[in-house]
Ligand binder design. Structure first.
Ligand code: SF4
Length: 358
């Protein structure tokens, strides 16, 4: 029987790995048609976005993933770390210029930075700009802080939450299969640790995103395993707000020298469509993710099951080398891109509540 004829029922059921793997091989147009049906039933012609900025507070990192062209080792001439004052100044400057609802705070694992830095930073942002939600750190940074503080994951998360952290991005998930992680990021936390910290965050009342970085050494079976693990955790906690698939961009990274060209838009559309079908009845939002594959592919992704365009991502640095020039400079650009694709733009907040229609 055609796998698409066995569409998962809209329950909290977790699909099997083999079902997901079969979906990954299904006809792209058929996948897109099914995914579009689901997104239209849930959201009509709405496509949401959030005016946000990315605060890459440091590029120092001792993890050294082979796919990452952003990090610099400690004491490297290009290494930087913002002081709390400088970081807050940047956030306030972007807010004054564009008006933002969220700051996505991410960096590397910098041994010079402890939990007090984040507590101070989050409190300072909330004191000066309480309307900006703090979407910060990743399981990797939480694990590092727990080791540094000799504290439990829960204690670290509770402290960060008390300082103003509202939600957590899904950074560091890449592919949640240890054989893959050993190749692309051997020093990064393993899959179980990533999942355990996400579970703790959800139980502490910190919702999060789930991400996937594909297009390197993984197989369809690894992708199926990744989606299965995320679906299974969500069925337990209900804590994932959105799923975001990123294309690996070879760029100047070490891994990039072994992967000559990136996957194309067709692969991103396949991932988005499969995610919408797999997470149907589980994770509510699927992001189009314009940053790596560009706004045109993100427009198409809205027809392949995505309902959220993501953020305006002012100041993003991790992938700036991928973009010859920033294709999106203002909120009106995102509104126009969504509208040009044939959807109705809606601005959302950090928790995906609609704040304004356009
Ligand atoms: S991806 Fe993150 S953890 Fe890995 S090297 Fe880059 S900054 Fe460090």
């Amino acid at each position: 029987m055609n796998v698409l004829n066995m569409l998962k029922a809209e329950t909290m059921d977790v699909p099997s790995r083999s079902y997901i793997e079969d979906l990954l091989k299904a006809d792209l147009w058929e996948l897109g048609r099914r995914a579009y049906e689901i997104r239209t039933r849930l959201y009509g012609d709405l496509a949401t976005f959030i005016p946000n900025m990315v605060l890459n507070y440091t590029n120092v990192c001792v993890v050294g993933c082979s796919f990452c062209a952003f990090y610099r080792p400690p004491r490297h001439p290009e290494a930087y770390a913002y002081s709390v004052e400088e970081a807050v100044k940047r956030v306030l400057a972007v807010d004054a210029k564009y008006g933002i609802r969220q700051v996505l705070i991410q960096g590397g694992v910098n041994p010079e930075i402890g939990i007090e830095y984040f507590e101070e930073l989050f409190r300072a942002i909330k004191a000066k700009a309480p309307h900006i939600a703090i979407h910060a750190l990743s399981p990797l940074e939480v694990e590092y802080l727990a080791r540094r503080e000799r504290a439990t994951y829960r204690e670290v998360l509770e402290r960060l939450k008390a300082a103003g952290m509202e939600s957590m991005p899904g950074g560091g998930g890449e592919i949640l299969v240890d054989d893959v992680r050993k190749i692309i990021a051997p020093k990064k936390i393993d899959s179980d640790t990533w999942l355990r910290i996400m579970e703790e965050a959800h139980r502490a009342g910190i919702p999060s995103s789930a991400t996937m970085m594909y297009g390197h050494v993984e197989t369809p079976s690894d992708i199926a395993e990744h989606m299965y693990k995320i679906a299974r955790l969500h069925a337990k906690t209900g804590g994932f707000m959105a799923f975001i698939a990123w294309n690996f961009e070879p760029g100047t990274s070490e891994l990039g020298r072994k992967i000559p060209y990136p996957k194309t838009s067709a692969t991103l559309l396949r991932m988005v469509a499969v995610a919408r079908i797999v997470f149907n009845g589980l994770i509510p939002h699927i992001q189009a993710g314009w940053l790596t594959t560009g706004p045109e592919t993100a427009q198409l992704a809205l027809y392949f099951g995505a309902d959220d365009f993501g953020g305006t991502l002012y100041e993003e640095k991790v992938l700036e080398w991928v973009r010859a020039e920033a294709p999106i400079d203002r909120k009106t650009d995102v509104v126009n891109i969504i509208r040009d694709a044939g959807f109705r733009p809606a601005e959302r907040d950090n928790l995906y509540r609609i704040a304004a229609y356009y």
